[in-house]
Design a protein around this ligand. Structure first.
Ligand code: PHE
Length: 451
């Protein structure tokens, strides 16, 4: 990336590449467990409301910054205003934190491919199977190394294009498969209560943490507030309509997350009657619930294997974009050359990922504020850093370079229909809202007020 700034070959190329980065474990693994934990329908509602306002405005903004400057995040902020290049630096911390633990979960997905392919579907449906697996000292490390090693090899040898080709037809297949599993699951006895829980907002479950969780998830899922979309924007040609592209990416990303929730939450109800403990399973939810669904399905072993293979590819296109970003930031700064940087980023990520990997077994005694290492890294990046980066980005655009600098860029291809919304969100709604959410969640965490 650092050598030559190539452009995407047209609109579809860009939308697909951005969707490849956006659609991943965030949609299939993270969204459903958050929705389950934070009240179902109310979380979904808050998420969608944020997606069409914050998500839309921020994604337009980031892509426009990239295209306007032709630079990646770190340099782009500095190029627009020297004093503000620190926002780019802060943003680039995010993928460095996410990549290691993302790869731990990518490793879990790889393990489940192996389990289903080798006929272990029945065992995997057992209650203790997953907990037993992640608490082992060595096996999860092996899978983690496999996933991150694979990612590193692809980045090292620059064969992302090949992977993109594969995932181009895998993605639609993933959607179809998710739909089939969701429909099957919805008809299991007891599942309808889960569908209602997921779709119908229960306002008594609304809290500040719901909003913070939804906001963090939005940034994470759409690969926002970490500089990635700025870098992607820098590759797009001037004749591409940014607004339509953003809308397409959003619909795609949110659609897959919605379907994943529909696939998992009703199934939790079918198998456990929807008790709190089952809904609050967190990061393990997908790995505990889905094998049970597959076991009850005819041909479930095959469908399960196919499903995990596709999730693997979706995760891989995201982890590649994460590693690409980290490598180009480090290489730009230190000038070690791509190969060497890649190896060093790999080693650094392995070291950072080990605590997340071991946090469910060997290191489970070291929880910080009740969070495992993986949850803690996840919390720092998604609930702390990303909202801060998003806040700074909005202030920077709203008050330093002024929204017009970007709306002009977006209007190069014609009318910007969401311009009013864009201005209001960037200048007023998002900054005020993010500050309020951050303050109240800190107070909440400190136990000062209960919201
Ligand atoms: N958006 C990706 C997902 O939903 C995760 C990701 C985050 C990818 C940040 C790249 C950068 O899985």
């Amino acid at each position: 990336m650092s050598e030559k700034r190539s452009s995407f070959t047209g609109k579809i190329g860009f939308v697909l590449a951005a969707a490849g980065s956006a659609v991943g474990l965030g949609n299939i693994w993270r969204f459903p467990y958050l929705a389950a934990k934070y009240g179902g329908g109310i979380f979904l509602l808050v998420y969608i409301a944020l997606a069409v306002t914050f998500g839309f405005a921020l994604m337009c903004a980031e892509i426009a910054i990239g295209r306007k400057t032709g630079l990646s995040a770190v340099k782009a902020f500095g190029a627009l205003n020297k004093k503000y290049s620190f926002i780019g630096w802060l943003a680039s911390l995010v993928p460095m934190i996410i990549l290691p633990y993302y790869s731990v979960i990518g490793g879990w997905v790889a393990k489940y491919i192996a389990v289903f392919v080798s006929g272990g579907a029945k065992a995997a449906a057992g209650d203790e199977y997953f907990t037993d697996f992640i608490s082992r000292p060595f096996e999860p490390i092996g899978w983690f190394l496999l996933f991150i090693g694979f990612t590193a090899l692809i980045v090292l040898f620059g064969v992302e294009k090949g992977i993109e080709k594969v995932s181009k037809w895998m993605m639609p297949l993933l959607v179809v498969l998710t739909l089939i599993i969701a429909i099957y699951g919805m008809f299991m006895p007891g599942a309808m209560d889960g569908v209602i829980y997921y779709i119908k907002p229960d306002f008594s479950k609304f809290s500040v943490t719901t909003v913070l969780a939804a906001m963090g998830q939005l940034f994470y899922s759409m690969s926002l507030a970490m500089g990635i979309m700025i870098t992607y924007g820098s590759y797009i040609k001037k004749d591409i309509n940014l607004e339509t592209s953003v809308k397409q990416i959003e619909v795609f990303d949110t659609g897959i997350a919605f379907l994943a929730g529909l696939m998992i939450i009703p199934a939790v109800f079918a198998f456990s009657g929807g008790d709190e403990a089952a809904l609050g399973k967190g990061p393990s939810l997908m790995f505990i619930t889905l094998p049970k669904v597959f076991e009850s399905m005819t041909g479930g072993t095959f469908i399960g294997a196919l499903f995990f293979i596709m999730v693997f590819f979706a995760a891989l296109t995201s982890s590649i974009s994460l590693m690409e970003t980290v490598v180009s930031i480090v290489d730009d700064k230190l000038g070690w050359g791509r190969k060497k940087t890649c190896v060093i980023v790999f080693i650094g990520s392995v070291v950072l990922g080990l605590p997340s990997c071991l946090g469910f077994g060997v290191l489970s005694g070291f929880s910080i504020g009740g969070l495992t290492f993986l949850d803690m890294f996840d919390f720092i990046s998604n609930s702390v850093l990303m909202p801060i980066v998003a806040l700074l980005t909005c202030i920077f655009i709203g008050y330093v370079i002024k929204p017009k600098a970007l709306t002009d860029e977006i209007e190069l291809t014609g009318k910007f229909k969401g311009k009013k919304l864009f201005n209001v969100v960037i200048k007023y709604i998002a900054p005020i809202f993010i500050v309020l959410i951050l303050i109240s969640s800190v107070l909440d965490a400190l136990g000062i007020v209960k919201i």
